[in-house]
Design a protein. Structure first.
Length: 77
């Protein structure tokens, strides 16, 4: 039972860390083009979504970031 609680705690901290990194990364977007901003936002949202859907796995987080970045890159304002 202790391992389950420890894993939940680690996953929560990992998700919080990804969210904080996304927010910090987006704060430097002032000089970026609209397409660059969309790519960064897509990657951040994809990373969080991938982490949530796969229970915080690294592969899910990285895969979500990659897919989100590609989708964000293709969105036009």
């Amino acid at each position: 039972m202790t391992n389950f609680n420890t894993m939940n705690t680690i996953q929560k901290y990992a998700l919080i860390a990804v969210g904080a990194a996304t927010l910090l990364g987006l704060s430097g977007c002032a000089g970026m083009s609209a397409q660059d901003k969309n790519t960064a936002i897509g990657a951040g949202v994809g990373a969080v979504g991938g982490a949530v859907l796969t229970g915080g796995s690294t592969i899910g987080t990285v895969g979500g970031a990659a897919v989100g970045g590609v989708i964000g890159h293709e969105i036009e304002d």
